[in-house]
Design a protein around this ligand. Structure first.
Ligand code: NAD
Ligand code: LMR
Length: 329
């Protein structure tokens, strides 16, 4: 049976994450080895030539699943009929820029893109925001798309989730594949909270296996939360291949489901669960099934976790208030 191609839009396509991402989408890692895709690449005018170069390379791979590439600087064209949108392009913080300036500059990107998604995307659109500050950029885009169900706008904390699994595997000597039910709570920022209290290592409680509160508080949590800055320090550029890999994981899991007995972490609009104010785009433990997701309910949140979740959620609320003050919501 010939399947209709899925339209995948990638913004910031000429950037470093874009370069690491597009070849994996075209080779079937985003949606599945039997799902043909059409790519739409959105760039600003200065990025169009480089995006054309990447498109030439995509052609040269002769990917059997790639059914077309369109390059544009017009969001209305880029999101026309889009089924999946990966919002990667964002304005990085530059020297002398205050937090408010960064939020405002990104508002100038994500508000029009949200509107273009609202007006042009397919009914089943799924949006992943990667560009930082990812949670608040997702909130801005979602607010500009009142006709799209809010839960279709998500922000990426899968990189943090993967980083946490890798650190936990290194500490315990376990295989990555033995680690399940890890959770990232809150913001994709240094306040995020990687939670191992409900995680399992080969079926045993991870916190009990680790049994080292000092390592948890002083090494694990800061290492995961500040890993992005450590990569920038080491590479001289922010994470790209691992970020692209996490974006692939996020969408693949959303579309194809979480494994039995496991969950993942996604930044999603809060429904008020776990005391996170409704509407904030915060990371939660989620189970994905049939192309949708649900927050894992009923987890016991201890005092150690509560304090850290609350701190990250407070930061999200501050960011929301700042962009509201700028008229972006
Ligand atoms: P980059 O600077 O290499 O590329 C960004 C690209 O976006 C550029 O080509 C630029 O021209 C383009 N762009 C800018 N404004 C645009 C617009 N309005 N429309 C379309 N394209 C636009 O950056 P990168 O390394 O690819 O990172 C992209 C973003 O992802 C950054 O904000 C980075 O901080 C973020 N990031 C997030 C995570 C995460 O876990 N959520 C991880 C790593 C990086
Ligand atoms: C990361 O977590 O690697 C990035 O979000 C860091 C950054 O500021 O781009």
């Amino acid at each position: 049976m010939t399947r209709t191609p899925v339209n995948v839009t990638v913004t910031g396509a000429a950037g470093q994450i874009g370069y690491a991402l597009l070849f994996r989408i075209a080779s079937g890692h985003l949606l599945g080895a039997d799902v043909p895709v059409k790519l739409r690449l959105l760039e600003i005018p200065q990025g169009l030539k480089a995006a054309e170069g990447t498109a030439m390379e995509l052609d040269d791979c002769a990917f059997p699943l790639l059914r077309g590439i369109e390059i544009t600087d017009d969001p209305n064209v880029a999101f026309d009929g889009a089924n999946v949108a990966l919002l990667v392009g964002a304005r990085p913080r530059t020297k002398g820029m205050e937090r408010g300036d960064l939020l405002e500059a990104n508002g100038g990107i994500f508000k029009p893109q949200g509107k273009a998604i609202n007006d042009n995307a397919a009914d089943d659109i799924k949006v992943l925001v990667v560009g930082n500050p990812a949670n608040t950029n997702a909130l801005i885009a979602q607010a500009a798309a009142p006709d799209v169900p809010a839960e279709r706008f998500t922000a990426m904390t899968r990189l943090d989730h993967n980083r946490a699994i890798s650190q936990l595997a290194a500490k315990t000597g376990a295989a990555v594949s033995d680690i399940k039910r890890l959770t990232i709570w809150g913001n994709h920022s240094a306040t995020q909270y990687p939670d191992i209290f409900h995680a399992e290592i080969a079926g045993k409680n991870a916190a009990e296996v680790v049994n080292d509160q000092q390592w948890l508080a002083d090494e694990f949590i800061p290492t995961v939360a500040k890993r992005g800055a450590a990569i920038i320090e080491a590479r001289g550029a922010s994470s790209a291949a691992s970020a692209a890999n996490a974006a692939i994981d996020h969408v693949h899991t959303w579309v194809n489901g979480t494994a039995e007995g496991d969950w993942t972490s996604m930044g999603i609009p809060s429904d008020g669960s776990y005391g996170v104010p409704e509407g904030l785009i915060s990371s939660f433990p989620v189970i994905c099934k049939d192309g949708g997701y649900e927050i894992v309910q009923g987890l016991d949140v201890n005092e150690f976790s509560r304090t850290r979740i609350d701190a990250s959620v407070a930061e999200l609320a501050e960011e929301r208030d700042a962009v509201r003050g700028l008229g972006l919501l």
